[in-house]
Design a protein around this ligand. Structure first.
Ligand SMILES: C[S@@+](CC[C@H](N)C(=O)[O-])C[C@H]1O[C@@H](n2cnc3c(N)ncnc32)[C@H](O)[C@@H]1O
Length: 216
């Protein structure tokens, strides 16, 4: 599952993935996300795409207040947590092995009076989608979830299932390999896709996708 297999200390820029926690300041709060690369791998570290997506959400281009949102492949949950703190009602999802860790991070970073704004739930792309409301979300969020070619069809199926004609999909991506571009091509067969932000320093693209042209 590792995106960037490496020996600790051989690539200093990546050693932050081994830190037991990562700290951020978003939505007027100091957030401290626990990390555990050795136990859970990619799902238990904060990726740059999540940080850039949170920065983008904080800019306020997208109205979050009162919106019903879902985060796919949430990992530590940073994006979903920030979306909830910015006023959305968010279902924060990932595969089963990541759920306990995700719950802990959500509980520790959202104040008790706002806990109701975030629900953590298992969602493996393409599986048991009937447990979710078809087309029931205003906003779908995903950070660094385009990286496993074998999941591309299921991920696209999930995005289509959860989206109505009024849903806005926001994907923050680092394009590492040609195959990642292939997912964007697949996405374009079902959605209208537009790049809305590029973070040069972190090399992260944010794409906005909607089913109909009226939402862009
Ligand atoms: C690179 S991590 C990104 C985590 C987080 N979004 C971030 O940016 O910090 C990819 C995430 O996708 C999740 N994932 C991978 N395959 C999945 C699948 N088939 N269904 C649901 N989630 C999946 C992983 O568990 C992991 O949390």
């Amino acid at each position: 599952m590792a995106l960037v297999p490496y020996e600790r200390n051989s690539m200093p820029a990546l050693s932050k993935l081994h830190d037991v926690s990562a700290e951020f300041h978003f939505a007027n709060r100091r957030l401290r996300l626990s990390q555990d690369w050795n136990r859970l791998g990619v799902a238990a570290v904060v990726w740059d795409a999540a940080v850039v997506l949170c920065m983008y959400l904080e800019l306020g281009h997208i109205e979050l207040w009162g919106k019903v949102a879902i985060e796919l492949g949430a990992g530590t949950g940073l994006v979903g947590i920030v979306a909830a703190l910015l006023g959305a009602k968010v279902t924060i999802t990932d595969r089963a092995p990541a759920i306990d860790f995700l719950c802990t991070n959500v509980k520790e970073n959202i104040p008790p009076e706002q806990q109701g704004a975030a629900l953590v739930k298992e969602l493996t792309w393409g599986k048991n989608l009937e447990l979710y409301q078809k087309g029931g979300y205003d906003i779908i969020l995903g950070a660094d979830i385009v990286y496993l070619e074998e999941t591309f069809s299921a991920l696209l199926q999930t995005l289509e299932y959860l989206s109505s004609d009024r849903t806005l999909v926001l994907l923050a991506c680092r394009i590492r390999y040609e195959r990642d571009q292939k997912f964007l091509d697949m996405l374009r067969t079902r959605f209208i896709v537009q790049e809305v932000h590029y973070d040069v320093q972190k090399d992260i693209h944010i794409y906005k996708a909607v089913k109909t042209k009226y939402e862009l």
